[in-house]
Design a protein around this ligand. Structure first.
Ligand code: ADP
Ligand code: ZN
Length: 832
């Protein structure tokens, strides 16, 4: 009997259900394979996978399992806790386990198999025996004998250091003669290290040297700029990337060169340090010394501390107005987590948009922070993963996928701006990082803190009903009150066609510019794609069954409900106010607005921030220019609403608040309220008070009026009622089935057939089926899209219907031709 497990359960990286059993080959039985990446045969090819379990016994129903081909040996396995979390994610979101695990892996899943050539015992004997061996063969065997564990075939053929090249023919011959053999091995895709020019302080080698350096330094009193550069280097701990120093002093390279000539500094090429240096945001400095907490910050912190002390799961909603000091509370709590010897995970919506936050974490915790942002190269990302895995970094700060950071001994998970929809992954494994964070904390016995100025309905409801503990920060810690908000009724003040500016907003911009202060103009562009409403009364045409706005389809000239498929023509007169010819249809974009604003205010520097102009480094560039006051008016989409802290901004203008309200989505009102509140929070963060002007056709809409009054609770109470009436979350559960394929008619037919097929079961289980209907984004990347929504008051029946669809066998799948893809979205966020 042998003790080592002989079988492994492998989640393969293919979109297939379940896991597969493989035999563990003799040479691997001694290793702990759990969490390791392996190469396994699947059908007639090799695929990568992760070992999720091992056992001594062959599972029931499995006969003659195939053997694992190879192991990715040079990588730490996925920690057991994370492995289990990924399997939970796969089960909950109805995703293939291999795909769920891929999200948790360091650098995607880029592994490949390579051929290794190794000596056989016969080969060794032949080499040692001194018998007749062709010189070419001797070369091959000699090289292999030097390399322990064999050599990659590609390397052998490239030749050795002496430049001797091997011919493929000789290699084959040696293998055929049984003197060497091939073995397959898994290899991680090569990730390139990036190096950067680093300035390093010269350390004295002896006392004489010390005196020399002191003299050289004393001479710097006549060169203040060089002295400043030297001091910056000292503050940075003796070494810093030249590029990073340049953010403080543009001409620093010149000063450093002079210092190098004086023998005080030398240059090295070092691997690029991950983190904020690459965020490229200049002119943003973070305070290092923690401020004294306010009373409500203290109260929140001590509640969280209690939870940390109890070392068991607890969920908290930190509900604090914009700028109320939530981040400061996280930072204090994290310091506690660290001193208890534990780790923290901090999730933020889009880290590239909030480089200031990363800077604050770095300033407080230095290298203990691993910042995972989209600007990292694969190599850097991999290095950060390893740092966390090894415990060298103990705080993972990043967007969505950081919820899978490989930290052990988790003490706390923070989800900042928990309401943000970017926590939901919209392709592949459609997980919501906020919800996964709660589950991870629960399984690890850790504390989970959700923070927001505008909590999602789901989260606030959970706090209200006592599942999460509610902690409030009702005021800003500094004498900066929330800005005054005024509504401008677009039915009264007609906007100019191009820039959407009314007279009062234009005047406010003029005044702000005259004072040398900055302006943010926010355009909720999503809503402008199809913009239909009554200019006279603001009516936006809703579907009575679904309580979502109808969407205008130019091609067919109709209004359509994207949940249930209801359609109608655009009436000539408005059904609400009876006015004729008042229905407005048009599109408007940031580009057009920015140009028009530039013409209207010549001399003002107008900047733009939206997905089209700004990606990666460009975002940092625009934010940096804004921070340094080089932009007077920043025009942008949702991106300008995020947690920016620009003290110079004293005016925020919202061009048309209610366009987002007409999106075909039951969350449209909530999202509009959140955006308006968040963008309003950008004004008046510096010395001078700010103000906010919101232009709207429907000033009476709850989302708009509550935002104008900083009234979250008022909004929550109103929205809660309508959610309850319609059975939407948090009063019901949803799943969306998404269909897509090249041919719209085929997709439609498949969707309708499948809907019919599950109708009886749904009816029996009390699950409402909405649709199928064409998706609002009816075509995406050349594929036609339809969807169908399932709604139920509890999760279980919903899951039963999903199981029926996904695992109903050939009978159900026969309804769907191969060219149509079906995707299941559990707890969907996007209705588009
Ligand atoms: P939030 O995360 O709620 O937006 P922050 O933590 O970013 O708020 O705080 C907003 C501003 O107030 C920051 O500039 C921060 O440094 C400052 N701040 C936070 N707490 C205090 C405090 N107790 N005393 C003084 N300033 C504070
Ligand atoms: Zn409808």
């Amino acid at each position: 009997m042998r003790a080592a497990p002989r079988y492994a359960e492998v989640a393969v990286q293919l979109p297939v259900d379940g896991t597969y059993c493989y035999e563990v080959p003799e040479r691997l039985v001694e290793r702990d394979l759990r969490g390791a990446r392996v190469l396994v045969p699947f059908g007639n090819r090799g695929v990568a996978g992760v070992v999720v379990g091992v056992s001594d016994e062959l599972p029931e129903g499995v006969h003659e399992p195939r053997a694992i081909d190879a192991l990715l040996a040079d990588e730490a396995p996925i920690p057991a806790e994370l492995l289990a979390l990924c399997l939970w994610v796969a089960a909950y979101y109805e995703a293939p386990p291999g795909e769920a695990l891929r999200v948790a892996l360091p650098v995607g899943s880029q592994v490949s198999a390579r051929l290794i050539v190794e000596l056989t015992p016969e080969g060794e004997a032949a080499l040692g025996g001194g018998g007749a061996l062709a010189p070419r063969w001797r070369d091959v065997l000699g090289l292999l004998a030097q390399a322990e564990g064999g050599l990659p075939r590609s390397e052998l053929l490239r030749g050795d250091r002496a430049g001797r090249k091997l011919r493929p023919r000789d290699l084959s011959a040696v293998v055929e003669a049984g003197l060497a053999r091939y073995r397959r091995e898994l290899e991680r895709a090569r990730v390139q290290a990036r190096s950067e020019r680093t300035a390093v302080l010269v350390d004295p080698v002896d006392d004489d040297d010390r005196a020399r350096l002191a003299q050289a330094r004393a001479r710097l009193s006549r060169a203040p700029k060089q002295l400043a550069a030297l001091e910056a280097l000292e503050r940075a701990g003796g070494a810093a990337a030249v590029a990073a120093l340049r953010t403080e002093e543009p001409r620093v390279a010149t000063h450093l060169r002079a210092l190098a000539q004086a023998g005080l500094v030398r240059f090295e090429s070092r691997r690029a340090a991950p983190g904020v240096a690459q965020a490229g945001v200049e002119g943003m400095r973070a305070p290092v010394a923690p401020p004294t907490l306010t009373g409500s910050q203290e109260a929140a912190l001590s509640a969280i501390r209690e939870g940390l002390g109890a070392a068991e799961f607890g969920a908290y909603l930190l509900y604090g107005i914009t700028g109320s000091g939530k981040t400061e509370v996280y930072l204090h709590a994290i310091a506690d987590v660290l001193s208890a010897g534990k780790c923290a995970v901090v999730l933020v919506p889009e880290i590239s948009l909030t480089p200031q936050l990363a800077a604050r974490f770095r300033a407080r915790f230095g290298d203990l922070v691993a910042v995972l942002h989209s600007g990292l190269t694969d190599r850097e990302r991999y290095d950060e993963w390893q740092r966390l895995r090894a415990g060298d970094a103990r705080i993972a700060l990043g967007a969505r996928s950081a919820v899978f950071a490989p930290v052990s001994d988790l003490g706390m998970v923070v989800v900042d701006e928990e309401h943000d929809s970017s926590f939901k992954q919209e392709e592949g494994v459609r997980y919501n990082a906020r919800d996964v964070a709660l589950v991870r904390a629960q399984r690890a016995g850790a504390v989970c803190v959700l923070g927001s100025a505008t909590p999602s309905l789901e989260t606030y409801y959970a706090a209200e009903s006592g599942r999460y503990r509610l902690l409030s920060l009702p005021e800003r810690p500094t004498p900066r009150p929330l800005p005054k908000v005024a509504l401008i009724d677009l039915r009264v003040y007609r906007p100019e066609a191009d820039a959407m500016l009314t007279a009062p907003l234009a005047e406010a911009i003029r005044e702000t510019l005259d004072r040398g202060e900055q302006v943010i103009l926010f355009l909720n562009r999503r809503g402008f794609d199809t913009f239909v409403l009554c200019r006279a009364c603001g009516e936006a045409f809703r579907c009575e069954q679904c309580s979502v706005s109808l969407t205008y389809h130019r091609a067919r000239d109709i209004l359509l409900c994207h949940y249930c498929g209801y359609q109608r023509r655009i009436p000539k007169t408005c059904p609400t106010c009876g006015r004729a010819g008042s229905i407005l249809r048009r599109g408007l974009g940031t580009e057009k607005v920015a140009a028009a604003v530039g013409e209207r205010f010549p001399g003002a520097h107008v900047g733009r921030l939206d997905r089209d102009v700004a990606t990666g480094a460009r975002i940092g560039e625009v934010l940096g220019r804004m921070a340094r006051g080089e932009i007077d008016i920043l025009v942008g989409t949702q991106m300008v609403t995020k947690g920016h802290d620009f003290p110079g901004v004293t005016l925020v203008g919202v061009l048309c608040a209610d366009t987002g309200l007409s999106l075909p989505d039951f969350r449209a009102s909530e999202r509009t309220f959140q955006l308006l509140t968040q963008v309003a929070g950008r004004a008046g963060r510096g010395e001078r008070p700010g103000r906010v002007l919101i232009q709207s056709y429907r000033t009476e809409a709850v989302a708009v009026s509550a935002a104008a009054h900083h009234d979250y609770e008022g909004f929550y109470r109103a929205e809660r009622v309508s959610r309850q009436e319609l059975g939407y979350p948090p009063f019901g559960h949803l799943a969306a089935i998404r269909f897509d394929g090249p041919d719209a008619r085929v997709v439609e037919r498949a969707a309708r057939r499948l809907a019919e097929r599950v109708a009886p079961a749904s009816l029996q289980l009390g699950v409402s089926v909405l649709g199928p209907a064409e998706a609002p984004l009816a075509r995406l990347k050349g594929r036609a899209r339809w969807h169908m929504w399932l709604r139920a008051s509890t999760r279980r029946p919903l899951r039963r219907v999903l199981e029926e669809i996904l695992r109903g066998g050939p009978e159900v799948l026969a309804q769907v031709p191969a060219e149509v893809r079906i995707g299941v979205d559990v707890d969907p966020i996007s209705a588009l």
